[in-house]
Design a protein around this ligand. Structure first.
Ligand code: GLU
Length: 452
């Protein structure tokens, strides 16, 4: 039995109650097989065994009061997975589904993603099982303060630098940073995704959506095609999805779908700049539902209680490119089969692990360009890294400068993934290439430190 199978079996038996972590770990480990023979030094130092075990997982109580003075208790998490190449770095997710297994899967992914960005960042993730939906501003503020009241002692600009993820945007980062600053009495780059007035970076809000589109454009270019005239399915309607629509439209593509937890809109005429501005306002300050899109634009269609991928399957909608940007496991094997049937040639993951293991196999078996999350959506954390650099230097770059760096980083991730895939005998396989390229960098650093 190879070391890879041993590690997979051990994690499966030790972390039985963490299906998302098992899935992410199985996907990564499965693709690391070609590294075992080439790197006996990794095997000897038990790097494979060590990398699946977080440095530490912090679990804490978050008590807060709602607007009626009723007390609520949520569970907070921060998993500091690996800091071999830099301070722990990764977002905070606020969603009722958050548990240790989900935070571990996200933190594990973050190790390799962050390594791919070329910037010095380790992997971590956190969050709480708090549901921001329907909460007042004051309730969100009190929750964020209560969360930071414990988290502050575990983080720092050279230790661990959290950011946003699902349910955590500019508002939440503002409350958390404000509270950190108050109790630690330091104005440092301890969080990223900050507002521009207090240390944030230009292009950070756009970074993940632009990045995933740049990555898809790089993949398409290997086949001599581009976004012009292509029908693009995008799921979600948060920060990633919104800026993916913007960049796709700028590159000449036609974004035709968006979704939220209540349903999907299909606009076959394309979600142009004016319609996107409506969505940004609706989903931003108004915190409304995507169903309102069809009230404003009645030629679009709304499908309640479905995902984008259900609708594509059921309606037989023709799609050239898919940018899943909602959440994990939104695309099943069945969805993937329908996408292939309906013409998809390229899938780039804006969300973390949106395709399950069966779906990935369908894409790869059918020669679909498949850009895995840790490569394709790394633009967000990459610009977080650039925000850290600007904070340390106490200066701010222009949006042109940050965007140019983002573009350069996405190009370099694309190349590193292809190069590693080829070097390890899996030419054109972005999944294997991205995992190996990220892993090798972290593994080498771990090796240098000895047995710690
Ligand atoms: N949550 C984002 C991700 O999944 C961004 C993390 C960050 O900027 O630290 O990569």
């Amino acid at each position: 039995m190879s070391v890879i199978d041993e590690v997979i079996e051990k994690v499966k038996s030790k972390d039985k109650d963490q299906p998302e972590f098992i899935q992410a770990m199985t996907e990564v480990m499965g693709t690391l097989r070609p590294t075992v023979d080439k790197h006996p030094e990794f095997v000897k130092a038990k790097i494979y065994e060590r990398i699946v075990e977080p440095d530490r997982a912090i679990i804490f109580r978050v008590p807060w009061e709602d607007d009626n003075q009723e007390v609520h208790v949520n569970r907070g998490f921060r998993v500091q997975f690996n800091n071999a190449i830099g301070p722990y770095k990764g977002g905070l997710r606020l969603h009722p589904s958050v548990n240790l297994g989900i935070v571990k899967f996200l933190g594990f992914e973050q190790i390799f993603k962050n390594a791919l960005t070329t910037l010095p960042m380790g992997g971590g993730k956190g969050g709480a099982d708090f549901d921001p939906k329907g909460k007042s501003d004051a309730e969100v503020m009190r929750f964020c303060y209560a969360f930071m009241r414990e988290l502050y002692r575990h983080i720092g600009p050279d230790t661990d630098v959290p950011a946003g993820d699902i349910g955590v945007g500019g508002r939440e980062i503002g409350y958390m940073f404000g509270y950190y600053k108050k109790i630690v009495n330091e104005h440092t780059g301890v969080l990223t995704g900050k507002g521009l007035d207090y240390g944030g970076s230009l292009i950070r809000p756009q970074a993940t959506g632009y990045g995933v589109t740049y990555f898809a454009a790089e993949m398409l270019a290997t086949r001599g095609v581009d976004f012009k005239g292509k029908a693009v399915a995008i799921s979600g309607s948060g920060n990633v999805a919104q800026y993916a629509v913007e960049k796709v439209t700028q590159l000449g593509g036609k974004a035709v779908t968006l979704s939220d937890s209540s349903g999907v809109i299909v606009d076959e005429e394309g979600i142009n700049a004016e319609k996107l501005a409506f969505v940004m306002d609706l989903k931003g300050i108004k915190r409304g539902r995507i169903s309102e899109y069809v009230e404003k634009y009645p030629r679009a269609k709304y499908f309640a209680n479905k995902s984008v991928w259900d609708v594509i399957k059921e309606q037989g909608l023709h799609i050239d490119i898919a940018l899943p940007s909602a959440t994990q496991n939104e695309i099943s094997e069945d969805h993937a089969t329908a996408l292939v049937k309906n013409g998809v040639m390229c899938v780039a993951e804006g969300a973390n692990m949106p395709s399950d293991l069966g779906a990935i196999k369908i894409f790869q078996d059918n020669n679909v360009l498949f850009g895995p999350a840790k490569a394709a959506n790394a633009g967000g954390v990459a610009v977080s890294g650039l925000e850290m650099s600007q904070n340390s230097m106490r200066l701010a770059w222009t949006s042109e400068e940050v965007d140019a760096r983002l573009r350069g980083i996405m190009k370099s991730i694309h190349k590193a993934s292809l190069d590693a895939a080829e070097a390890y005998g899996k030419k054109g396989d972005y999944l294997t290439g991205a995992n190996i390229a990220g892993f090798i960098k972290v593994a080498r650093a771990m090796l240098a430190y000895g047995i710690v």
